[in-house]
Design a protein. Structure first.
Length: 118
């Protein structure tokens, strides 16, 4: 059993999720049940899937859940771009969040590739 809190990629994903929750507080109220909800769910899915798989023993399952996290990270990356294009984020905030998500995607990829086959 792995301790997800010790994984740097989980720590970064958790921090990003907290940042996204904070930043989406200023989004227009009409986005509350649509766009805000989708961005928050996608961002929380990344650390959630990492945490969930740490309870599994199988390396194949571990890799699979990391791939799900990576897919959620790609969704977040697009939603951040859309947020910027809709003028919900200022460029410096967008740039910082985008750098975070790209870093997380790279870490997930490297971690997934480092897991031995069973």
């Amino acid at each position: 059993m792995r301790n997800f809190k010790e994984l740097i990629v989980w720590q970064k994903a958790h921090t990003l999720c907290l940042k996204i929750y904070e930043q989406t507080k200023s989004f227009p109220q009409e986005e509350k049940f649509g766009f805000i909800s989708q961005l928050r769910r996608a961002s929380s899915s990344i650390p959630t899937n990492i945490a969930e798989v740490c309870g599994h023993k199988s390396n194949n399952e571990f890799r699979g859940f990391l791939n799900i996290s990576a897919a959620s990270a790609s969704e977040v990356e697009y939603l951040l771009l859309l947020s910027k294009d809709l003028n919900h984020f200022e460029k410096p905030i967008f740039d910082g969040l985008t750098q975070d998500i790209i870093s997380i995607k790279k870490m997930l990829y490297k971690l997934s590739n480092s897991i031995p086959n069973e």
